[in-house]
Design a protein around this ligand. Structure first.
Ligand SMILES: Nc1ncnc2c1ncn2[C@@H]1O[C@H](COP(=O)(O)OP(=O)(O)OP(=O)(O)O)[C@@H](O)[C@H]1O
Length: 234
Protein backbone atom coordinates (compact mmCIF):
# COMPACT_ATOMS: atom_id res chain seq x y z
CA UNK A 1 0.00 0.00 0.00
CA UNK A 2 2.75 2.46 1.05
CA UNK A 3 6.32 1.86 -0.06
CA UNK A 4 9.06 4.28 0.93
CA UNK A 5 12.60 3.80 -0.34
CA UNK A 6 15.73 5.69 0.71
CA UNK A 7 13.72 8.83 1.47
CA UNK A 8 15.65 11.94 2.44
CA UNK A 9 14.56 15.50 3.15
CA UNK A 10 16.93 18.38 3.53
CA UNK A 11 15.89 21.93 4.52
CA UNK A 12 18.14 24.89 5.32
CA UNK A 13 21.24 22.66 5.09
CA UNK A 14 19.73 20.35 7.70
CA UNK A 15 19.10 16.70 6.90
CA UNK A 16 15.70 16.09 8.50
CA UNK A 17 15.04 12.63 7.01
CA UNK A 18 18.16 10.52 6.50
CA UNK A 19 17.18 7.56 4.35
CA UNK A 20 13.81 6.18 5.42
CA UNK A 21 12.79 2.74 4.14
CA UNK A 22 9.30 1.58 5.03
CA UNK A 23 6.66 -0.82 3.75
CA UNK A 24 3.10 -0.60 5.04
CA UNK A 25 0.40 -3.10 4.12
CA UNK A 26 -3.18 -2.14 3.29
CA UNK A 27 -5.29 -2.02 6.46
CA UNK A 28 -2.39 -1.62 8.88
CA UNK A 29 -2.63 0.95 11.68
CA UNK A 30 0.86 2.21 12.39
CA UNK A 31 2.04 4.53 15.17
CA UNK A 32 5.08 6.72 14.53
CA UNK A 33 6.82 7.48 17.82
CA UNK A 34 9.96 9.51 18.45
CA UNK A 35 11.38 12.46 20.36
CA UNK A 36 10.75 16.12 19.45
CA UNK A 37 12.45 17.10 16.23
CA UNK A 38 13.02 13.50 15.05
CA UNK A 39 11.34 14.10 11.68
CA UNK A 40 7.95 12.45 12.28
CA UNK A 41 5.76 15.32 11.04
CA UNK A 42 8.12 15.86 8.11
CA UNK A 43 7.64 12.22 7.07
CA UNK A 44 3.86 12.65 7.26
CA UNK A 45 4.00 15.91 5.27
CA UNK A 46 5.98 14.20 2.50
CA UNK A 47 3.34 11.45 2.32
CA UNK A 48 0.58 14.07 2.35
CA UNK A 49 2.27 15.65 -0.73
CA UNK A 50 2.70 18.94 1.17
CA UNK A 51 6.49 18.97 0.90
CA UNK A 52 8.76 17.45 -1.69
CA UNK A 53 11.41 14.94 -0.66
CA UNK A 54 15.03 15.69 -1.52
CA UNK A 55 15.66 12.15 -2.77
CA UNK A 56 14.19 8.67 -2.64
CA UNK A 57 10.94 7.14 -3.78
CA UNK A 58 7.40 6.94 -2.38
CA UNK A 59 4.73 4.70 -3.86
CA UNK A 60 1.12 4.79 -2.67
CA UNK A 61 -1.20 2.14 -4.10
CA UNK A 62 1.47 1.40 -6.69
CA UNK A 63 1.54 5.03 -7.88
CA UNK A 64 4.68 7.10 -7.61
CA UNK A 65 4.09 10.16 -5.43
CA UNK A 66 6.16 12.46 -7.64
CA UNK A 67 4.16 11.70 -10.79
CA UNK A 68 0.62 11.10 -9.50
CA UNK A 69 -0.03 13.82 -6.93
CA UNK A 70 -3.61 14.54 -8.03
CA UNK A 71 -4.65 10.88 -7.97
CA UNK A 72 -2.85 10.22 -4.69
CA UNK A 73 -4.36 13.27 -2.94
CA UNK A 74 -7.84 11.78 -3.48
CA UNK A 75 -6.77 8.70 -1.48
CA UNK A 76 -5.44 10.67 1.48
CA UNK A 77 -7.06 12.03 4.61
CA UNK A 78 -4.58 14.27 6.43
CA UNK A 79 -5.01 15.68 9.92
CA UNK A 80 -2.23 18.22 10.61
CA UNK A 81 -1.57 20.20 13.80
CA UNK A 82 -3.77 23.04 12.55
CA UNK A 83 -7.42 22.20 11.94
CA UNK A 84 -7.70 23.63 8.37
CA UNK A 85 -11.30 24.56 9.23
CA UNK A 86 -12.95 27.88 8.35
CA UNK A 87 -13.63 29.69 11.62
CA UNK A 88 -16.76 31.52 10.57
CA UNK A 89 -18.32 28.35 9.09
CA UNK A 90 -20.29 25.81 11.12
CA UNK A 91 -19.28 22.11 11.23
CA UNK A 92 -21.96 21.40 8.61
CA UNK A 93 -20.72 24.16 6.29
CA UNK A 94 -17.08 23.15 6.75
CA UNK A 95 -17.72 19.47 6.02
CA UNK A 96 -19.97 20.22 3.04
CA UNK A 97 -17.28 22.58 1.69
CA UNK A 98 -14.47 20.01 2.00
CA UNK A 99 -16.73 17.15 0.91
CA UNK A 100 -17.55 19.05 -2.29
CA UNK A 101 -13.84 19.52 -3.02
CA UNK A 102 -13.49 15.73 -2.96
CA UNK A 103 -16.69 15.18 -4.95
CA UNK A 104 -18.48 13.40 -2.09
CA UNK A 105 -21.99 12.36 -3.13
CA UNK A 106 -24.98 13.17 -0.87
CA UNK A 107 -22.52 15.41 0.93
CA UNK A 108 -24.91 17.06 3.40
CA UNK A 109 -26.10 13.70 4.71
CA UNK A 110 -22.51 12.54 5.05
CA UNK A 111 -21.56 15.74 6.92
CA UNK A 112 -24.47 15.37 9.37
CA UNK A 113 -23.58 11.71 9.99
CA UNK A 114 -19.91 12.57 10.69
CA UNK A 115 -20.76 15.42 13.08
CA UNK A 116 -22.97 12.93 14.92
CA UNK A 117 -20.15 10.37 14.95
CA UNK A 118 -17.80 12.85 16.65
CA UNK A 119 -20.50 13.71 19.18
CA UNK A 120 -21.22 17.32 18.20
CA UNK A 121 -24.68 17.15 16.58
CA UNK A 122 -25.95 19.77 19.01
CA UNK A 123 -23.44 22.26 17.52
CA UNK A 124 -24.06 21.38 13.86
CA UNK A 125 -24.86 24.96 12.84
CA UNK A 126 -22.69 26.94 15.31
CA UNK A 127 -19.67 28.78 13.90
CA UNK A 128 -16.49 26.85 14.67
CA UNK A 129 -14.87 30.03 16.06
CA UNK A 130 -16.91 29.57 19.27
CA UNK A 131 -15.60 26.02 19.81
CA UNK A 132 -13.08 24.75 22.36
CA UNK A 133 -9.81 23.24 21.13
CA UNK A 134 -11.08 19.70 21.69
CA UNK A 135 -14.31 20.40 19.78
CA UNK A 136 -12.33 21.86 16.88
CA UNK A 137 -10.12 18.75 16.86
CA UNK A 138 -13.21 16.51 16.63
CA UNK A 139 -14.51 18.42 13.60
CA UNK A 140 -11.00 18.44 12.09
CA UNK A 141 -11.02 14.63 12.34
CA UNK A 142 -14.42 14.51 10.62
CA UNK A 143 -13.01 16.78 7.90
CA UNK A 144 -10.05 14.46 7.35
CA UNK A 145 -12.34 11.47 6.69
CA UNK A 146 -15.24 13.16 4.87
CA UNK A 147 -14.26 11.45 1.57
CA UNK A 148 -13.62 7.99 3.12
CA UNK A 149 -9.88 8.08 2.37
CA UNK A 150 -7.97 4.85 1.82
CA UNK A 151 -5.01 6.29 3.73
CA UNK A 152 -5.28 8.27 6.96
CA UNK A 153 -2.31 10.45 7.98
CA UNK A 154 -2.86 11.72 11.52
CA UNK A 155 -0.44 14.10 13.24
CA UNK A 156 -0.90 13.88 17.02
CA UNK A 157 -4.67 13.34 16.73
CA UNK A 158 -5.30 12.79 20.46
CA UNK A 159 -3.77 16.10 21.56
CA UNK A 160 -6.25 18.31 23.40
CA UNK A 161 -8.99 15.68 23.57
CA UNK A 162 -10.78 14.64 26.76
CA UNK A 163 -11.36 10.94 27.56
CA UNK A 164 -14.76 10.88 25.84
CA UNK A 165 -13.35 12.44 22.70
CA UNK A 166 -10.37 10.05 22.75
CA UNK A 167 -12.80 7.10 22.69
CA UNK A 168 -14.74 8.70 19.85
CA UNK A 169 -11.53 9.27 17.86
CA UNK A 170 -10.31 5.71 18.48
CA UNK A 171 -13.67 4.35 17.31
CA UNK A 172 -13.45 6.48 14.18
CA UNK A 173 -9.95 5.11 13.45
CA UNK A 174 -11.06 1.53 14.10
CA UNK A 175 -14.15 1.86 11.92
CA UNK A 176 -11.97 3.28 9.11
CA UNK A 177 -9.72 0.23 9.58
CA UNK A 178 -12.73 -2.08 9.26
CA UNK A 179 -13.47 -0.39 5.93
CA UNK A 180 -9.91 -1.27 4.86
CA UNK A 181 -8.17 2.07 5.48
CA UNK A 182 -4.45 2.22 6.20
CA UNK A 183 -3.49 4.61 9.02
CA UNK A 184 -0.24 6.28 9.97
CA UNK A 185 -0.43 8.16 13.24
CA UNK A 186 2.30 10.38 14.69
CA UNK A 187 1.89 10.40 18.45
CA UNK A 188 3.55 10.96 21.80
CA UNK A 189 0.74 9.03 23.48
CA UNK A 190 2.02 5.45 23.94
CA UNK A 191 -1.24 4.38 25.58
CA UNK A 192 -3.28 5.29 22.51
CA UNK A 193 -0.65 3.77 20.22
CA UNK A 194 -0.90 0.47 22.11
CA UNK A 195 -4.69 0.74 22.20
CA UNK A 196 -5.40 1.08 18.48
CA UNK A 197 -2.24 0.35 16.46
CA UNK A 198 -0.96 -2.97 15.11
CA UNK A 199 2.56 -1.76 14.66
CA UNK A 200 5.00 0.86 15.95
CA UNK A 201 7.78 2.66 14.15
CA UNK A 202 10.32 4.62 16.17
CA UNK A 203 11.98 7.58 14.44
CA UNK A 204 15.14 9.13 15.82
CA UNK A 205 17.40 11.68 14.11
CA UNK A 206 15.53 11.30 10.81
CA UNK A 207 15.84 7.51 10.66
CA UNK A 208 13.68 4.53 11.57
CA UNK A 209 15.48 2.88 14.47
CA UNK A 210 12.85 0.29 15.37
CA UNK A 211 9.77 -1.25 13.77
CA UNK A 212 7.69 -3.85 15.59
CA UNK A 213 4.21 -5.33 15.93
CA UNK A 214 2.12 -4.76 19.04
CA UNK A 215 0.25 -7.69 20.46
CA UNK A 216 -2.39 -7.74 23.22
CA UNK A 217 -2.34 -3.93 23.52
CA UNK A 218 0.90 -4.27 25.45
CA UNK A 219 1.73 -0.72 26.60
CA UNK A 220 4.69 -1.90 28.70
CA UNK A 221 6.30 -3.49 25.65
CA UNK A 222 5.97 -0.24 23.65
CA UNK A 223 7.48 1.84 26.51
CA UNK A 224 10.38 -0.61 26.96
CA UNK A 225 11.24 -0.66 23.26
CA UNK A 226 11.07 3.15 23.16
CA UNK A 227 13.30 3.63 26.20
CA UNK A 228 15.83 1.24 24.71
CA UNK A 229 16.10 3.35 21.56
CA UNK A 230 16.28 6.64 23.45
CA UNK A 231 19.18 5.30 25.54
CA UNK A 232 21.03 3.98 22.50
CA UNK A 233 23.75 6.11 20.91
CA UNK A 234 23.04 6.83 17.25
N1 LIG B 1 11.03 23.74 6.58
C1 LIG B 1 11.98 23.49 7.48
N2 LIG B 1 13.14 24.15 7.44
C2 LIG B 1 14.12 23.89 8.32
N3 LIG B 1 14.02 22.99 9.31
C3 LIG B 1 12.88 22.32 9.42
C4 LIG B 1 11.79 22.52 8.51
N4 LIG B 1 10.79 21.70 8.86
C5 LIG B 1 11.21 21.01 9.95
N5 LIG B 1 12.46 21.39 10.28
C6 LIG B 1 13.27 20.85 11.39
O1 LIG B 1 13.36 19.45 11.20
C7 LIG B 1 13.31 18.77 12.44
C8 LIG B 1 12.20 17.74 12.43
O2 LIG B 1 10.94 18.42 12.44
P1 LIG B 1 9.55 17.61 12.57
O3 LIG B 1 8.48 18.65 12.73
O4 LIG B 1 9.43 16.65 11.47
O5 LIG B 1 9.80 16.84 13.94
P2 LIG B 1 8.81 15.93 14.80
O6 LIG B 1 9.48 14.62 14.98
O7 LIG B 1 7.45 15.92 14.22
O8 LIG B 1 8.83 16.71 16.18
P3 LIG B 1 7.69 17.02 17.31
O9 LIG B 1 7.53 15.75 18.08
O10 LIG B 1 8.32 18.09 18.12
O11 LIG B 1 6.45 17.47 16.60
C9 LIG B 1 13.16 19.87 13.52
O12 LIG B 1 14.43 20.15 14.02
C10 LIG B 1 12.61 21.04 12.74
O13 LIG B 1 12.99 22.26 13.32
Amino acid sequence: MIEIKKLTKQADNKLILRGVDLHIEKGETVAILGPNGAGKSTLLKVLATLIKPTSGQVLINGMELKKNQVEIKKLLGYLPHSSLLYDHYSPLENLVFFGNIYGVRVVEQKAIQLVKEVGLSFFLNEPVKNFSRGMIQRIAIARAIVHDPAVLLLDEPHTGLDQGAISILNNVILSMKEKGATTLMVTHDFKQAAEICDRVIIVKNGKIVDDFKIENRNLGYVSEKYELQMEAVS
